[in-house]
Every structure is written in C-alpha cells, then in structure tokens.
Design a protein around this ligand. Structure first.
Ligand SMILES: Nc1ncnc2c1ncn2[C@@H]1O[C@H](COP(=O)(O)OP(=O)(O)O)[C@@H](O)[C@H]1O
Ligand SMILES: [Mg+2]
Length: 242
C-alpha cells in the first residue's frame, strides 16, 4: 500500500483550475520530486495535502485512510508535515524555542523536545544562532530553522515546497545532505523544487505538472527529457519567482 495516494485532486480559484484532476502515489520511503513551470499548481497541491486548502474534489489517502479536508493541525499530528515556500517561523521567539514549540505542538514532552531541538540545531549547523530571535537570522538560516521544525517528530510524509529557493549554496548543501541522510533512513518525501540539478541528484522519480495537470511521471531523468515537459518549460512564458 502506498503511504500517500492522491486521486483526481481538484482546486479552482474562480474560473482558474489551479489543480485539475491530479493523481499520483508515493511509496513508503520514496523521495518523489514534484516539478513544473511556475504557476502549474505544485504549491496548491501541497496546500491541499497539508490541510491549508480544502480540495474541491478528489481523494487523498494517508496510510490508506481518507484525509482530504482535514485541518492542517490534524494532518500534522498524523505525520503530514509541511515546509512552506515562504518561510513561516515565529519572528520574536528564539530560534531554539521555535523548534521546541513545533515539537510540543506535535505532542512531544519538553525533555524530548529539548534533546531533539539540540540534535537538529547541530545537524543543521545552527547551534551558534539558536539563542537569537528568529527575525535576527539570515533568510537561509530561517529556512533551515523551519526545515528543522518539520523534523522534530519524524514525519510520515515530509512535504517540502522550494526548500532551496534563495538559500546560500552552503546551506543548500546542508539541507540536501539532511534530506539524503533521512531518505537513506527510510523517510518519505515529496519535494517541490525548481532546482533541476538537485532534483535529479536527490529524486529517483519525479512528477511534472503543467497547468494543473500531471504532464509526465517516471524516472527523473526521463521526465526531464520528455518533449512535453521541455515544451511546458519553454512555452509557459512565466518567469521563475525564486
Ligand atoms: N489563493 C489563490 N487565489 C487565486 N489564485 C491562486 C491562489 N493560489 C494559487 N493561485 C493560482 O493558481 C495557479 C497555481 O499556483 P501554484 O499552485 O502556486 O503554482 P506553483 O506552485 O506550481 O508555482 C497559479 O495560476 C496561481 O496564480
Ligand atoms: Mg509554488
């Protein structure tokens, strides 16, 4: 049984079908790439999977259980954890407490959350800024912090929306290494990124969306070489908003 299955997912904004009948499955332990030109509906898919938006139609199953339309809170407690394209951290709270808060919200006790937050800070090379308020961190450090917050409790599925966008290459490598290591340990990911070299390197399989639909799906190199995919990237006229 796939850990996550999506069938016929739909979302319209007024007359715009942002997500138009999207279906795919993610196997347990898979690191699946989700690519597509700007505006193709990737973030909207992640918003529905993580409970930020209610789908207009379609089915989402997590571990075989229907979860479409559950609140973000309930989905997070079931292990559907989400990192946003635009960083969301508590600005006026020390970085360390941001991690703690995330752990406590997910049901950890304080001792366990403290230990885990320290481990993550070290792994993400943020120890030296953990005492600072999140707003004092650089953009890349804030992204790493938000990234860490997703892993306070081991997610069933980690949904990452452009984690590498506007991040310094050194921090990008810290993040990529973290993803690689967790994937090797069996963590399941759905990774949205414009960064094709990283997608190729990290994701054995990818899905490409265009105009709300799945255009191609398969081994990442094959998807990137697909004629329709190339045309979608060339023809869209939309600029990357990274
Ligand atoms: N809240 C919203 N209200 C209206 N239109 C939206 C909203 N969110 C996204 N859209 C539109 O839906 C389409 C898909 O957007 P999005 O999912 O953000 O694409 P991607 O993440 O692939 O760049 C775009 O045309 C975007 O402008
Ligand atoms: Mg997006």
């Amino acid at each position: 049984m796939p850990i996550l299955s999506v069938h016929g997912l739909e979302k319209a904004f007024g007359g715009l079908h942002a997500v138009d009948g999207v279906s795919f499955e993610v196997a347990e332990g898979e690191l699946l790439g989700l690519i597509g030109p700007n505006g193709s509906g990737k973030t909207t898919v992640l918003n529905m999977l993580s409970g930020v938006l209610d789908p207009d139609g379609g089915e989402v199953r997590l571990d075989g259980q229907p979860v479409a339309g559950l609140s973000a809170d309930r989905l997070a407690r079931r292990g559907m954890l989400r990192m946003f394209q635009l960083t969301r951290v508590f600005d006026r709270m020390p970085a360390f407490d941001n991690l703690l808060t995330s752990g406590l919200a997910l049901g950890m006790d304080e001792a366990a959350a403290t230990t885990r937050a320290s481990e993550l800070a070290e792994e993400l090379r943020l120890e030296h800024v953990m005492h600072l308020d999140a707003r004092q961190l650089s953009g890349g450090q804030r992204k790493l912090l938000e990234f860490g917050a997703c892993f306070m409790v081991r997610p069933r599925v980690a949904l990452l929306d452009e984690p590498f966008a506007a991040v310094h290459p050194t921090m990008k490598e810290v993040m990529a290494q973290f993803i690689r290591r967790r994937h090797a340990e069996g963590q399941t990911f759905l990774l949205v990124s414009h960064d094709m070299p990283v997608i190729v390197e990290l994701c054995p399989r990818a899905i490409c969306m265009n105009a709300g639909k799945v255009l191609a799906e398969g081994p990442t190199a094959q998807v990137l070489g697909d004629r329709q995919v190339i045309e979608a990237y060339l023809g869209g006229g939309d600029e990357d908003d990274d």
